[in-house]
Design a protein around this ligand. Structure first.
Ligand code: FAD
Length: 290
């Protein structure tokens, strides 16, 4: 199907883009990679009156680490840039090649994925587990929104209609980073049946300084498994603490039985994935200490 008729603008500055959003009427959409928005428009699930394409706005394609270790990912940094990056935390490195397929990864953006707030979007769990934030810019200036407050529900975010998400920010680590992202998919390139993001930071004694666990595809929105993360904080990674975290993460999941599998199966996979990622983290720590 063809999309409904819409007006298209391709501004050359952020200020111009924001002003177009501000004055644009009832239903305006930002276009970044277009890998979620365009399919929705072609299906006529979305019929915006105005598209503000930000691809000509210079200076948004970066991802970089500040001297203190803060990682910044600009609004036009593509999935493929992250797949090839050498400066990402392990949870992001694990997730980057699992997003969709190479064609989608060439155009799609991490920030666009966060804005899209799809419960099956992989980046949202990863950035949530890492304690990340989104920087929004509107006519009144910039504000920073923790990711846990950014996604209001399925396909709903906290941006005002005249705000653009200009970057995602991942705070510096509080210790040695470990973790990963595991995704159960029916075939390569598919959306997650179950996805689990784990990010931990450990001190020299092996105790966990900070933990984040988040779940993809097993609820109406991305789920922060806060109790599961708390089971690890201040503790070493042992069979017992790992088992507790895995059990609590499985409890936090709210899967539904569908053509991809039963709710029990999906919950079980959350348990398995948390245990698998954390056990690898414990082994890595032991090898570093030896
Ligand atoms: C075949 C296919 C398979 C896919 N598989 C997966 C998968 O396995 N895992 C996965 O996570 N994703 C998958 N995706 C989605 C893909 O990752 C998209 O790239 C991503 O969800 C959206 O990023 P985008 O830059 O393409 O955003 P767009 O499509 O341009 O925009 C998506 C939404 O976010 C808004 N938006 C985008 N950027 C901004 C911004 N800077 N400020 C304000 N609002 C903004 C848009 O207005 C729109 O509402 C798949 C897509 C396709 C087509």
């Amino acid at each position: 199907m063809y999309p409904s008729r819409f007006r298209y603008e391709a501004p050359r500055s952020l200020a111009e883009a924001i002003s177009l959003l501000h004055d644009g009427g009832d239903y305006v959409k930002v276009l970044a990679g277009g890998q979620s928005l365009v399919p929705l428009m072609k299906l006529r699930f979305a019929s915006p009156e105005l598209i503000v394409d930000i691809n000509n706005v210079p200076g948004l394609g970066y991802h970089r680490a500040d001297p203190d270790g803060t990682l910044r990912v600009g609004a036009l940094c593509r999935h493929v840039d992250l797949e090839r990056s050498q400066i990402l935390p392990p949870t992001m490195t694990a997730a980057a090649p699992l997003i969709a397929d190479p064609i989608v990864r060439n155009r799609g953006t991490l920030v666009g994925s966060l804005c899209h707030a799809d419960p099956q979007g992989d980046w949202a769990s990863v950035i949530l587990a890492l304690g990340g934030e989104v920087v929004a810019q509107g006519p009144g200036g910039q504000r920073t929104i923790p990711l846990k407050d950014f996604m209001h529900g399925p396909f709903e975010n906290a941006l005002a209609p005249d705000e653009i998400a200009v970057e995602a920010v991942i705070p510096p680590p509080a210790g040695q980073r470990a973790g990963g992202y595991l995704k159960l998919e029916r075939r390569v390139g598919d959306f997650a049946t179950v996805g689990v993001a784990v990010a931990i930071e450990t001190g020299p004694d092996g105790a966990v300084n900070r933990a984040g666990i988040a779940l993809t595809g097993v609820g109406g929105s991305t789920i922060a498994a806060t109790e599961a993360a708390l089971a690890l904080t201040g503790q070493p990674l042992t069979a017992e603490t790992i088992g507790q975290a895995a059990a609590r993460a499985a409890e936090a999941a709210k899967p539904r039985t569908d053509h991809r599998g039963s709710a029990d199966y999906k919950r079980h996979m959350v348990h398995v994935f948390v245990e698998r990622i954390l056990s690898q983290g414990a082994t890595d720590h032991q090898e570093r200490a030896a």
